[in-house]
Design a protein around this ligand. Sequence first.
Ligand code: VG1
Ligand code: CO
Length: 561
Amino acid sequence: MSLSCYTKSTRPFEGQKPGTSGLRKAVKVFQLENYTENFVQCILSAMGGALTGCTLVVGGDGRYFGKKAVDIIIKMCAANGVRKVLVGQNGILSTPCVSCMIRKYKTAVGIVLTASHNPGGPDADFGIKFNISNGGPAPDAVTNKIYELSKNIVEYRISPDVRCDISLIGKREFVVDSRPFTVEVIDSVEDYVEYMKEIFDFGIIKDILHGSKGKPLKVLINAMHGVTGPYVRRIFLEELKATPDSVVNIEPLEDFGGHHPDPNLTYAADLVQALKGGDYGFGAAFDGDGDRNMILGHKAFFVTPSDSVAVIADNTDCIPYFKKNGVKGLARSMPTGCAIDRVGEKKGMEVFEVPTGWKYFGNLMDAGRLSICGEESFGTGSDHIREKDGIWAVLAWLSILAVRNMSVEQVLLSHWGTYGRNFFTRYDYENCESAPCNEMMTALDAMSGDASMVGKKLSHGDKSYTIAKIDNFEYKDPIDGAVAKKQGVRILMSDGSRVVFRLSGTGSSGATVRMYIESYESDSSTFTKDAQEVLKPLVEIALKLSKLGDYTGRQKPTVIT
Ligand code: VG1
Ligand code: CO
Protein backbone atom coordinates (compact mmCIF):
# COMPACT_ATOMS: atom_id res chain seq x y z
CA MET A 1 0.00 0.00 0.00
CA SER A 2 1.35 3.40 -0.93
CA LEU A 3 1.15 5.92 1.88
CA SER A 4 0.12 9.48 1.10
CA CYS A 5 2.02 12.72 1.59
CA TYR A 6 0.40 15.95 2.60
CA THR A 7 1.42 19.55 2.22
CA LYS A 8 0.48 21.47 5.35
CA SER A 9 0.39 25.22 5.40
CA THR A 10 2.27 27.01 8.14
CA ARG A 11 3.58 30.42 9.17
CA PRO A 12 7.14 31.41 10.00
CA PHE A 13 8.35 31.54 13.61
CA GLU A 14 10.80 34.19 14.67
CA GLY A 15 14.26 33.25 15.85
CA GLN A 16 14.85 29.88 14.17
CA LYS A 17 18.48 30.87 13.88
CA PRO A 18 20.98 28.11 14.64
CA GLY A 19 23.64 29.24 17.14
CA THR A 20 27.14 27.94 17.84
CA SER A 21 25.84 24.41 17.40
CA GLY A 22 22.25 23.91 16.29
CA LEU A 23 18.95 25.48 17.27
CA ARG A 24 18.29 25.46 21.02
CA LYS A 25 15.07 26.54 22.66
CA ALA A 26 12.84 25.56 25.54
CA VAL A 27 11.00 22.27 24.98
CA LYS A 28 7.78 24.27 25.25
CA VAL A 29 8.82 26.25 22.17
CA PHE A 30 9.59 23.11 20.14
CA GLN A 31 6.17 21.82 21.19
CA LEU A 32 4.34 24.78 19.65
CA GLU A 33 2.21 23.65 16.75
CA ASN A 34 4.38 23.40 13.61
CA TYR A 35 7.51 24.80 15.30
CA THR A 36 9.60 21.63 14.98
CA GLU A 37 8.07 20.78 11.58
CA ASN A 38 9.00 24.22 10.24
CA PHE A 39 12.62 23.90 11.26
CA VAL A 40 12.94 20.33 9.98
CA GLN A 41 11.45 21.39 6.64
CA CYS A 42 13.99 24.22 6.40
CA ILE A 43 16.85 21.78 7.05
CA LEU A 44 15.54 19.44 4.34
CA SER A 45 14.83 22.26 1.89
CA ALA A 46 18.30 23.73 2.44
CA MET A 47 19.75 20.52 1.04
CA GLY A 48 18.27 21.25 -2.37
CA GLY A 49 18.89 18.52 -4.94
CA ALA A 50 21.02 16.43 -2.56
CA LEU A 51 17.89 15.54 -0.63
CA THR A 52 16.16 13.33 -3.17
CA GLY A 53 17.10 9.69 -2.77
CA CYS A 54 19.59 10.35 0.06
CA THR A 55 20.15 8.55 3.34
CA LEU A 56 19.88 10.49 6.59
CA VAL A 57 21.00 9.50 10.11
CA VAL A 58 19.01 10.67 13.10
CA GLY A 59 19.46 10.19 16.82
CA GLY A 60 19.96 12.17 19.96
CA ASP A 61 20.96 12.31 23.58
CA GLY A 62 17.75 10.77 24.93
CA ARG A 63 16.38 14.00 26.33
CA TYR A 64 12.67 14.76 26.67
CA PHE A 65 10.92 15.36 23.30
CA GLY A 66 13.64 13.40 21.41
CA LYS A 67 11.39 10.48 20.45
CA LYS A 68 8.63 12.80 19.31
CA ALA A 69 11.14 14.70 17.16
CA VAL A 70 12.44 11.44 15.62
CA ASP A 71 8.86 10.57 14.69
CA ILE A 72 8.32 13.96 13.04
CA ILE A 73 11.62 13.70 11.15
CA ILE A 74 10.89 10.21 9.82
CA LYS A 75 7.43 11.28 8.60
CA MET A 76 8.84 14.42 6.98
CA CYS A 77 11.81 12.63 5.38
CA ALA A 78 9.35 10.17 3.83
CA ALA A 79 7.39 13.03 2.30
CA ASN A 80 10.42 14.97 1.11
CA GLY A 81 11.97 12.28 -1.07
CA VAL A 82 14.61 10.90 1.33
CA ARG A 83 15.29 7.24 0.42
CA LYS A 84 16.36 5.92 3.80
CA VAL A 85 16.53 7.00 7.43
CA LEU A 86 18.98 5.35 9.82
CA VAL A 87 17.84 5.83 13.40
CA GLY A 88 19.50 4.86 16.65
CA GLN A 89 17.49 2.43 18.78
CA ASN A 90 15.10 4.42 20.99
CA GLY A 91 16.40 7.52 19.27
CA ILE A 92 19.76 7.23 21.05
CA LEU A 93 22.95 8.28 19.26
CA SER A 94 25.73 10.45 20.64
CA THR A 95 26.89 13.43 18.60
CA PRO A 96 30.28 11.78 17.87
CA CYS A 97 28.49 8.57 16.92
CA VAL A 98 26.30 10.41 14.40
CA SER A 99 29.45 11.87 12.87
CA CYS A 100 31.03 8.40 12.76
CA MET A 101 27.93 6.93 11.08
CA ILE A 102 27.61 9.69 8.49
CA ARG A 103 31.18 8.90 7.43
CA LYS A 104 30.91 5.13 7.65
CA TYR A 105 27.65 4.81 5.71
CA LYS A 106 28.38 7.81 3.49
CA THR A 107 25.02 9.36 4.28
CA ALA A 108 24.27 12.84 3.00
CA VAL A 109 23.33 14.26 6.37
CA GLY A 110 22.74 13.70 10.04
CA ILE A 111 20.42 15.26 12.56
CA VAL A 112 21.28 15.20 16.26
CA LEU A 113 18.46 15.84 18.69
CA THR A 114 20.16 17.52 21.59
CA ALA A 115 20.69 20.76 23.43
CA SER A 116 24.06 19.30 24.47
CA HIS A 117 25.00 20.50 27.97
CA ASN A 118 21.75 22.43 28.55
CA PRO A 119 19.36 20.78 31.05
CA GLY A 120 16.56 18.55 29.75
CA GLY A 121 12.95 17.75 30.66
CA PRO A 122 9.52 19.23 29.91
CA ASP A 123 10.51 22.56 31.48
CA ALA A 124 14.06 22.66 30.15
CA ASP A 125 15.71 22.71 26.72
CA PHE A 126 15.61 20.84 23.46
CA GLY A 127 17.75 21.32 20.38
CA ILE A 128 18.41 20.20 16.83
CA LYS A 129 21.92 20.00 15.39
CA PHE A 130 22.44 19.43 11.70
CA ASN A 131 25.55 17.77 10.23
CA ILE A 132 26.69 17.61 6.62
CA SER A 133 28.17 14.80 4.56
CA ASN A 134 31.69 15.09 5.99
CA GLY A 135 30.15 14.26 9.38
CA GLY A 136 30.71 17.74 10.81
CA PRO A 137 28.34 20.45 12.00
CA ALA A 138 26.85 22.45 9.15
CA PRO A 139 28.97 25.50 8.33
CA ASP A 140 27.63 29.05 8.60
CA ALA A 141 26.66 29.17 4.92
CA VAL A 142 24.27 26.25 5.44
CA THR A 143 22.85 27.38 8.78
CA ASN A 144 22.30 30.87 7.37
CA LYS A 145 20.39 29.33 4.50
CA ILE A 146 18.22 27.36 6.94
CA TYR A 147 17.53 30.54 8.88
CA GLU A 148 16.61 32.47 5.72
CA LEU A 149 14.19 29.71 4.69
CA SER A 150 12.63 29.72 8.16
CA LYS A 151 11.68 33.38 7.75
CA ASN A 152 9.52 32.74 4.71
CA ILE A 153 8.23 29.20 5.12
CA VAL A 154 4.60 28.75 4.10
CA GLU A 155 4.24 24.96 4.00
CA TYR A 156 5.87 21.68 4.95
CA ARG A 157 5.52 18.12 3.67
CA ILE A 158 4.66 15.17 5.87
CA SER A 159 3.52 11.58 5.52
CA PRO A 160 1.65 10.96 8.78
CA ASP A 161 0.94 7.27 8.19
CA VAL A 162 4.60 6.24 8.22
CA ARG A 163 4.67 4.65 11.64
CA CYS A 164 7.69 2.96 13.06
CA ASP A 165 8.57 1.43 16.43
CA ILE A 166 12.10 2.69 17.08
CA SER A 167 12.62 0.44 20.08
CA LEU A 168 13.10 -2.55 17.75
CA ILE A 169 16.29 -3.02 15.75
CA GLY A 170 15.70 -3.84 12.08
CA LYS A 171 14.54 -2.55 8.71
CA ARG A 172 11.02 -1.36 7.88
CA GLU A 173 10.09 -0.87 4.24
CA PHE A 174 7.37 1.56 3.14
CA VAL A 175 6.02 2.84 -0.13
CA VAL A 176 5.32 6.53 0.08
CA ASP A 177 3.76 8.30 -2.89
CA SER A 178 4.77 5.24 -4.98
CA ARG A 179 8.43 5.62 -3.89
CA PRO A 180 10.26 3.11 -1.70
CA PHE A 181 11.20 4.46 1.72
CA THR A 182 13.19 2.58 4.37
CA VAL A 183 13.64 3.16 8.06
CA GLU A 184 16.43 1.14 9.64
CA VAL A 185 16.68 1.08 13.41
CA ILE A 186 20.27 0.34 14.36
CA ASP A 187 22.20 -0.50 17.50
CA SER A 188 23.20 2.84 19.03
CA VAL A 189 26.74 1.94 19.97
CA GLU A 190 28.11 -0.87 17.78
CA ASP A 191 29.66 1.11 14.92
CA TYR A 192 31.23 3.60 17.29
CA VAL A 193 32.72 0.96 19.57
CA GLU A 194 34.18 -0.90 16.61
CA TYR A 195 35.82 2.30 15.44
CA MET A 196 37.31 3.04 18.87
CA LYS A 197 38.86 -0.42 18.84
CA GLU A 198 40.59 0.43 15.56
CA ILE A 199 41.85 3.78 16.85
CA PHE A 200 43.16 2.64 20.25
CA ASP A 201 44.94 -0.38 21.63
CA PHE A 202 42.29 -1.70 24.04
CA GLY A 203 44.82 -4.28 25.29
CA ILE A 204 47.11 -1.72 26.91
CA ILE A 205 44.17 0.17 28.42
CA LYS A 206 42.85 -3.06 29.87
CA ASP A 207 46.29 -3.74 31.30
CA ILE A 208 46.46 -0.53 33.32
CA LEU A 209 42.90 -0.92 34.56
CA HIS A 210 43.79 -4.39 35.80
CA GLY A 211 47.28 -3.65 37.01
CA SER A 212 49.24 -6.03 34.82
CA LYS A 213 52.22 -3.63 35.10
CA GLY A 214 51.74 -2.69 38.75
CA LYS A 215 48.90 -1.26 40.80
CA PRO A 216 45.57 -1.21 38.91
CA LEU A 217 44.42 2.27 37.93
CA LYS A 218 41.07 2.88 39.64
CA VAL A 219 38.85 4.95 37.39
CA LEU A 220 35.48 6.65 37.84
CA ILE A 221 33.54 7.44 34.69
CA ASN A 222 30.42 9.57 35.13
CA ALA A 223 28.01 9.63 32.20
CA MET A 224 25.81 12.23 33.97
CA HIS A 225 22.69 10.37 32.76
CA GLY A 226 23.45 11.55 29.26
CA VAL A 227 23.81 9.64 26.02
CA THR A 228 27.28 8.24 26.80
CA GLY A 229 25.85 5.74 29.31
CA PRO A 230 25.34 2.90 26.81
CA TYR A 231 28.74 3.61 25.21
CA VAL A 232 30.44 3.63 28.61
CA ARG A 233 28.76 0.35 29.52
CA ARG A 234 29.85 -1.37 26.32
CA ILE A 235 33.39 0.01 26.26
CA PHE A 236 34.37 0.13 29.92
CA LEU A 237 32.38 -2.73 31.39
CA GLU A 238 32.12 -5.19 28.50
CA GLU A 239 35.27 -4.52 26.46
CA LEU A 240 37.75 -3.27 29.04
CA LYS A 241 36.24 -5.34 31.88
CA ALA A 242 36.37 -2.45 34.34
CA THR A 243 34.76 -3.21 37.69
CA PRO A 244 31.04 -2.23 37.90
CA ASP A 245 31.80 0.50 40.44
CA SER A 246 34.04 2.25 37.84
CA VAL A 247 31.03 3.75 36.10
CA VAL A 248 28.10 5.83 37.39
CA ASN A 249 24.96 7.48 36.02
CA ILE A 250 25.00 5.34 32.89
CA GLU A 251 21.22 5.21 32.42
CA PRO A 252 20.22 7.97 29.98
CA LEU A 253 17.40 9.97 31.54
CA GLU A 254 15.08 12.39 29.78
CA ASP A 255 15.91 15.09 32.34
CA PHE A 256 19.48 13.97 33.17
CA GLY A 257 18.30 13.39 36.72
CA GLY A 258 17.42 17.08 37.00
CA HIS A 259 21.04 18.20 36.58
CA HIS A 260 23.00 20.16 34.01
CA PRO A 261 24.70 17.45 31.95
CA ASP A 262 27.78 19.64 31.73
CA PRO A 263 31.18 18.16 32.65
CA ASN A 264 32.83 21.01 34.51
CA LEU A 265 33.89 21.64 38.09
CA THR A 266 30.51 23.13 39.02
CA TYR A 267 28.01 20.79 37.40
CA ALA A 268 30.06 17.60 37.83
CA ALA A 269 30.74 18.41 41.48
CA ASP A 270 29.87 14.85 42.54
CA LEU A 271 32.72 13.48 40.41
CA VAL A 272 35.09 16.07 41.85
CA GLN A 273 34.03 15.10 45.39
CA ALA A 274 34.45 11.40 44.69
CA LEU A 275 37.92 11.94 43.24
CA LYS A 276 38.97 14.17 46.15
CA GLY A 277 38.50 11.15 48.40
CA GLY A 278 41.74 9.80 46.95
CA ASP A 279 40.61 6.28 45.99
CA TYR A 280 40.63 6.92 42.28
CA GLY A 281 43.55 7.68 40.00
CA PHE A 282 41.46 8.91 37.08
CA GLY A 283 38.01 10.43 36.65
CA ALA A 284 36.00 11.59 33.67
CA ALA A 285 32.58 12.99 32.88
CA PHE A 286 30.71 13.78 29.65
CA ASP A 287 27.97 16.15 28.58
CA GLY A 288 24.45 15.24 27.48
CA ASP A 289 25.30 14.43 23.86
CA GLY A 290 28.73 12.94 24.53
CA ASP A 291 30.97 15.36 22.69
CA ARG A 292 32.49 17.02 25.78
CA ASN A 293 34.72 15.54 28.45
CA MET A 294 36.35 16.51 31.71
CA ILE A 295 39.51 14.73 32.85
CA LEU A 296 40.57 14.55 36.50
CA GLY A 297 43.53 12.85 38.13
CA HIS A 298 44.18 11.53 41.63
CA LYS A 299 42.60 13.72 44.34
CA ALA A 300 40.64 15.58 41.64
CA PHE A 301 43.72 17.06 39.95
CA PHE A 302 42.02 19.11 37.21
CA VAL A 303 43.24 19.01 33.62
CA THR A 304 42.10 22.13 31.78
CA PRO A 305 40.68 21.29 28.36
CA SER A 306 43.29 23.62 26.84
CA ASP A 307 46.05 21.53 28.43
CA SER A 308 44.29 18.26 27.64
CA VAL A 309 44.41 18.77 23.89
CA ALA A 310 48.03 19.94 24.08
CA VAL A 311 49.02 16.81 26.00
CA ILE A 312 47.27 14.56 23.49
CA ALA A 313 48.99 16.41 20.62
CA ASP A 314 52.33 15.89 22.35
CA ASN A 315 51.76 12.17 22.94
CA THR A 316 50.43 10.91 19.64
CA ASP A 317 52.97 8.10 19.70
CA CYS A 318 50.79 6.45 22.37
CA ILE A 319 47.83 6.11 19.98
CA PRO A 320 47.82 3.59 17.11
CA TYR A 321 45.58 5.77 14.90
CA PHE A 322 48.19 8.54 14.80
CA LYS A 323 51.08 6.13 14.41
CA LYS A 324 49.31 4.84 11.33
CA ASN A 325 47.98 8.09 9.85
CA GLY A 326 50.51 10.63 11.07
CA VAL A 327 49.68 14.03 12.52
CA LYS A 328 49.03 16.71 9.92
CA GLY A 329 48.37 19.82 11.93
CA LEU A 330 46.83 21.18 15.12
CA ALA A 331 44.12 23.69 15.97
CA ARG A 332 42.19 25.34 18.77
CA SER A 333 39.29 27.71 19.00
CA MET A 334 40.29 31.33 19.60
CA PRO A 335 39.43 31.58 23.32
CA THR A 336 41.18 28.25 24.07
CA GLY A 337 44.47 28.50 25.96
CA CYS A 338 47.56 28.50 23.76
CA ALA A 339 49.31 25.41 25.20
CA ILE A 340 48.77 23.50 21.95
CA ASP A 341 50.50 26.28 19.96
CA ARG A 342 53.73 25.50 21.81
CA VAL A 343 53.47 21.82 20.95
CA GLY A 344 52.91 22.69 17.29
CA GLU A 345 55.84 25.08 17.28
CA LYS A 346 58.20 22.50 18.74
CA LYS A 347 57.07 19.81 16.33
CA GLY A 348 57.09 22.12 13.33
CA MET A 349 53.38 21.75 12.66
CA GLU A 350 50.77 24.24 11.49
CA VAL A 351 48.50 25.44 14.32
CA PHE A 352 45.19 27.06 13.37
CA GLU A 353 43.11 29.43 15.48
CA VAL A 354 39.43 29.29 14.54
CA PRO A 355 36.26 30.86 15.97
CA THR A 356 34.32 29.08 18.71
CA GLY A 357 32.41 26.04 17.43
CA TRP A 358 33.50 22.70 15.99
CA LYS A 359 32.15 23.58 12.53
CA TYR A 360 35.28 25.62 11.85
CA PHE A 361 37.62 22.61 12.07
CA GLY A 362 35.95 20.50 9.37
CA ASN A 363 37.38 22.11 6.24
CA LEU A 364 40.93 21.93 7.60
CA MET A 365 40.50 18.25 8.38
CA ASP A 366 38.96 17.50 4.99
CA ALA A 367 41.90 19.25 3.35
CA GLY A 368 44.37 17.05 5.25
CA ARG A 369 45.85 19.91 7.26
CA LEU A 370 44.46 19.16 10.70
CA SER A 371 44.58 16.06 12.89
CA ILE A 372 44.06 17.15 16.52
CA CYS A 373 42.08 20.07 17.91
CA GLY A 374 40.24 21.28 20.93
CA GLU A 375 38.19 23.93 22.63
CA GLU A 376 38.48 25.26 26.16
CA SER A 377 34.82 24.29 26.65
CA PHE A 378 35.76 20.65 27.31
CA GLY A 379 35.84 19.69 23.65
CA THR A 380 38.66 17.50 22.39
CA GLY A 381 38.90 15.55 19.19
CA SER A 382 40.67 14.53 16.03
CA ASP A 383 40.12 13.87 12.36
CA HIS A 384 38.82 10.35 13.11
CA ILE A 385 35.39 12.02 12.86
CA ARG A 386 34.23 15.64 12.46
CA GLU A 387 32.89 16.27 15.96
CA LYS A 388 34.52 16.58 19.31
CA ASP A 389 34.43 13.26 21.06
CA GLY A 390 34.25 12.76 24.82
CA ILE A 391 34.85 9.02 24.97
CA TRP A 392 37.69 9.28 22.45
CA ALA A 393 39.39 11.83 24.72
CA VAL A 394 39.15 9.53 27.72
CA LEU A 395 40.56 6.61 25.74
CA ALA A 396 43.34 8.87 24.48
CA TRP A 397 44.22 9.84 28.05
CA LEU A 398 44.14 6.26 29.30
CA SER A 399 46.41 5.28 26.39
CA ILE A 400 48.90 8.00 27.36
CA LEU A 401 48.85 6.98 31.04
CA ALA A 402 49.38 3.35 30.01
CA VAL A 403 52.25 3.92 27.60
CA ARG A 404 54.00 6.58 29.70
CA ASN A 405 53.32 4.64 32.88
CA MET A 406 52.62 7.93 34.68
CA SER A 407 49.79 9.47 36.68
CA VAL A 408 47.68 12.32 35.29
CA GLU A 409 49.54 14.82 37.43
CA GLN A 410 52.95 13.48 36.39
CA VAL A 411 51.97 13.79 32.73
CA LEU A 412 50.99 17.43 33.26
CA LEU A 413 54.09 18.30 35.29
CA SER A 414 56.28 16.77 32.63
CA HIS A 415 54.37 18.66 29.93
CA TRP A 416 54.75 22.00 31.73
CA GLY A 417 58.40 21.16 32.35
CA THR A 418 58.93 21.02 28.60
CA TYR A 419 56.64 23.82 27.45
CA GLY A 420 55.87 26.03 30.43
CA ARG A 421 52.32 26.45 31.71
CA ASN A 422 49.48 28.41 30.18
CA PHE A 423 47.23 29.23 33.12
CA PHE A 424 43.63 29.48 31.96
CA THR A 425 40.23 30.21 33.41
CA ARG A 426 36.78 30.98 32.09
CA TYR A 427 34.08 32.93 33.91
CA ASP A 428 30.49 32.39 32.75
CA TYR A 429 27.68 34.80 33.60
CA GLU A 430 24.67 32.75 32.60
CA ASN A 431 21.16 33.96 31.83
CA CYS A 432 21.77 37.68 32.02
CA GLU A 433 19.52 40.26 30.40
CA SER A 434 20.36 40.50 26.70
CA ALA A 435 20.26 44.26 26.12
CA PRO A 436 22.96 45.34 28.61
CA CYS A 437 25.21 42.45 27.54
CA ASN A 438 24.92 43.55 23.94
CA GLU A 439 25.77 47.09 25.05
CA MET A 440 28.85 45.81 26.82
CA MET A 441 29.98 43.96 23.70
CA THR A 442 29.39 47.09 21.62
CA ALA A 443 31.52 49.09 24.03
CA LEU A 444 34.28 46.47 23.92
CA ASP A 445 34.06 46.42 20.14
CA ALA A 446 34.52 50.19 20.11
CA MET A 447 37.57 49.79 22.34
CA SER A 448 38.99 47.27 19.88
CA GLY A 449 38.80 49.90 17.16
CA ASP A 450 40.42 52.57 19.32
CA ALA A 451 44.13 52.83 18.47
CA SER A 452 44.86 54.72 21.68
CA MET A 453 44.18 51.53 23.67
CA VAL A 454 47.37 49.97 22.38
CA GLY A 455 50.26 50.53 24.79
CA LYS A 456 47.90 51.25 27.66
CA LYS A 457 49.15 49.95 31.01
CA LEU A 458 46.65 48.16 33.24
CA SER A 459 47.48 47.30 36.84
CA HIS A 460 46.04 45.47 39.81
CA GLY A 461 48.06 45.30 43.02
CA ASP A 462 51.67 44.91 42.00
CA LYS A 463 50.84 43.18 38.71
CA SER A 464 50.85 45.23 35.47
CA TYR A 465 50.03 44.39 31.89
CA THR A 466 50.42 46.43 28.72
CA ILE A 467 47.95 46.08 25.86
CA ALA A 468 49.81 44.95 22.75
CA LYS A 469 46.78 44.41 20.53
CA ILE A 470 43.01 44.57 20.85
CA ASP A 471 40.60 43.36 18.19
CA ASN A 472 37.30 41.67 17.50
CA PHE A 473 38.37 38.29 16.17
CA GLU A 474 37.80 37.66 12.49
CA TYR A 475 38.54 34.39 10.72
CA LYS A 476 39.03 33.63 7.07
CA ASP A 477 38.75 29.93 6.36
CA PRO A 478 42.03 29.00 4.61
CA ILE A 479 40.26 26.39 2.50
CA ASP A 480 37.07 28.04 1.18
CA GLY A 481 37.77 31.66 2.07
CA ALA A 482 34.56 32.05 4.10
CA VAL A 483 34.84 34.92 6.56
CA ALA A 484 33.44 34.91 10.11
CA LYS A 485 33.42 38.35 11.73
CA LYS A 486 33.12 39.64 15.29
CA GLN A 487 33.84 36.34 17.00
CA GLY A 488 34.90 37.86 20.31
CA VAL A 489 36.93 40.79 21.58
CA ARG A 490 40.54 39.83 22.31
CA ILE A 491 42.84 41.90 24.46
CA LEU A 492 46.37 40.63 23.95
CA MET A 493 49.00 41.74 26.46
CA SER A 494 52.65 42.33 25.70
CA ASP A 495 53.74 39.29 27.79
CA GLY A 496 51.43 36.94 25.85
CA SER A 497 48.61 37.00 28.42
CA ARG A 498 45.11 37.29 26.98
CA VAL A 499 41.62 38.39 27.90
CA VAL A 500 38.68 37.46 25.67
CA PHE A 501 35.02 38.41 25.87
CA ARG A 502 32.20 36.91 23.86
CA LEU A 503 28.53 36.11 24.15
CA SER A 504 27.45 32.49 24.14
CA GLY A 505 25.62 31.19 21.09
CA THR A 506 24.14 28.11 22.74
CA GLY A 507 21.75 29.54 25.33
CA SER A 508 18.02 29.15 24.86
CA SER A 509 17.07 32.50 26.36
CA GLY A 510 18.71 35.69 27.64
CA ALA A 511 22.45 36.18 27.28
CA THR A 512 25.47 34.42 28.70
CA VAL A 513 28.72 36.36 28.88
CA ARG A 514 31.93 34.38 28.73
CA MET A 515 35.18 35.92 29.92
CA TYR A 516 38.37 33.98 29.19
CA ILE A 517 41.65 34.75 30.94
CA GLU A 518 45.05 33.30 30.17
CA SER A 519 48.63 33.91 31.21
CA TYR A 520 51.85 32.06 30.51
CA GLU A 521 54.55 31.12 33.03
CA SER A 522 57.89 29.51 32.20
CA ASP A 523 59.17 29.52 35.80
CA SER A 524 58.72 25.98 37.11
CA SER A 525 58.19 27.19 40.68
CA THR A 526 54.78 28.52 39.58
CA PHE A 527 53.54 25.33 37.90
CA THR A 528 51.77 23.88 40.90
CA LYS A 529 50.09 27.13 41.87
CA ASP A 530 46.34 27.48 41.85
CA ALA A 531 45.22 28.96 38.52
CA GLN A 532 42.64 31.22 40.18
CA GLU A 533 45.32 32.71 42.37
CA VAL A 534 47.74 33.28 39.49
CA LEU A 535 45.06 34.80 37.27
CA LYS A 536 43.33 36.93 39.90
CA PRO A 537 45.02 40.26 38.98
CA LEU A 538 44.21 39.81 35.29
CA VAL A 539 40.62 38.83 36.15
CA GLU A 540 40.24 42.03 38.17
CA ILE A 541 41.75 44.10 35.37
CA ALA A 542 39.39 42.53 32.83
CA LEU A 543 36.33 43.10 35.02
CA LYS A 544 37.25 46.74 35.52
CA LEU A 545 38.05 47.40 31.87
CA SER A 546 34.81 45.84 30.61
CA LYS A 547 32.60 47.17 33.45
CA LEU A 548 31.05 43.71 33.36
CA GLY A 549 29.60 44.02 36.85
CA ASP A 550 27.80 47.26 35.94
CA TYR A 551 26.39 45.94 32.70
CA THR A 552 25.27 42.52 33.92
CA GLY A 553 24.43 43.46 37.49
CA ARG A 554 26.35 40.36 38.56
CA GLN A 555 28.99 40.47 41.24
CA LYS A 556 29.98 36.85 40.66
CA PRO A 557 29.99 34.44 37.73
CA THR A 558 27.63 31.46 37.66
CA VAL A 559 30.40 29.05 36.72
CA ILE A 560 34.18 29.28 36.93
CA THR A 561 36.33 26.73 35.16
C1 VG1 B 1 29.71 26.55 23.61
C2 VG1 B 1 31.22 26.44 23.71
C3 VG1 B 1 31.80 26.06 22.36
C4 VG1 B 1 31.15 24.77 21.87
C5 VG1 B 1 29.64 24.94 21.84
C6 VG1 B 1 28.93 23.66 21.46
O1 VG1 B 1 29.37 27.58 22.72
O2 VG1 B 1 31.78 27.64 24.18
O3 VG1 B 1 33.20 25.94 22.48
O4 VG1 B 1 31.61 24.45 20.59
O5 VG1 B 1 29.17 25.34 23.12
O6 VG1 B 1 29.23 22.65 22.37
P1 VG1 B 1 28.95 29.04 23.23
O7 VG1 B 1 28.57 29.78 21.99
O8 VG1 B 1 27.84 28.84 24.20
O9 VG1 B 1 30.15 29.60 23.91
V1 VG1 B 1 28.16 21.39 22.57
O10 VG1 B 1 28.82 20.31 23.54
O11 VG1 B 1 26.84 22.07 22.51
O12 VG1 B 1 27.85 20.74 21.17
CO1 CO C 1 27.74 18.65 23.62
